[in-house]
Write a protein that binds this ligand. Sequence first.
Ligand SMILES: *Cc1c(COP(=O)(O)O)cnc(C)c1O
Length: 384
Amino acid sequence: MTIDLRDLEGLETPLYYYDMRLLQQTIDEITTCMSGYPYSTHYAVKANCNPEILKTIAGAGFGADCVSGGEVRAALEAGFPASEISYAGVGKTDAEIRYGIEEGIGSFNAESVEELEIIAEIARKCGRKANVVFRINPDIDAHTHHYITTGIAENKFGIDMRRLDDAIKVVTDNPELNFIGLHFHIGSQITNMEPFELLCDRILQLQAKVEKAGLKVKVINVGGGLGIDYDFPDMHPISDFRHYFEVFKRRLPLRSGQRLLCELGRSLVGQCGSLITRVIYVKRGVEKQFLIVDGGMSDLLRPALYGAHHAIENISAQARGEREQDRYDVVGPICESADVFSKSELMLKSRRGDFVAFRSGGAYGESMASNYNMRNHPGTYYRY
Ligand SMILES: *Cc1c(COP(=O)(O)O)cnc(C)c1O
């Protein structure tokens, strides 16, 4: 992505800078890879629910994958058609389920047998039918960070495969439930294709089991999880969607009338955003020096939450042709020891007032921002 220093002068920091051209190029690449196949993308709204981003993605004809009633509302407001909204989440409340039924969303991705029963009960009360998909925990290790792996048996997500028979019984017993397919989501920031390959094999197995019970699988939702290059965002501004979709083209043969959905989040929006901050102080300690910037974990939580590292660039030092480098602990102003972006980061020599960018912040950046320490929500700037 391109960050132009001239765009930044006079803007209040911290702010999220979005390269809308890169977002469009990413959308176009996904569309190209899907074309000719009965594939659709339901964008995972939680990655970034900024209204401009949502509108751009809705405008491309993609659907939305939501995990709360608030996200369903945001998706509808941004122009995603209700029929192209899938709604996952382990703890949907009665009010959220009712809202989804009234709006006629495309599917509830049920994460437990208990939830299926409640959806049936609420649909009955509303006098409506509800499309349901089983979100199944396929017990596949995505070999990613333990906070972002979702598809192994010990975590809270999805229906345990051993309870599939019970789930089938609920849909056959309740005519309000219109079973349409299967859903999986194995984790996030997956850069090796092997977990997706294993997932295909598991899907075919489970599909056979469900069909044997007389249910028809119209939709196979393979979830999201494709990773991005946090180390070299300019070398790989767009993820390897070709390779990703090839896995499904090769390993997951579809029947006629069947549709494959994927729920890309991070790989769609991750590289188009950067958190822009300014240096408040260069603080010299005894053994190290700190670069204290005006953005912190309330603006970009991933380093504190997952120990994630974002590429850090001093844009002002680049612009003045600075050649000397130095090591800094790059930290925010929040009163928490976890408010550290990077330790001993080798950077161009920095000064008070410099603009410092944290790259690859388009996903799980702005959407996770909080008001902790009574701070403002970060600002936004869009480059078209
Ligand atoms: C978070 C989430 C996604 C998106 O994951 P990414 O790693 O951002 O692609 C997709 N599906 C579900 C159900 C999710 O919860």
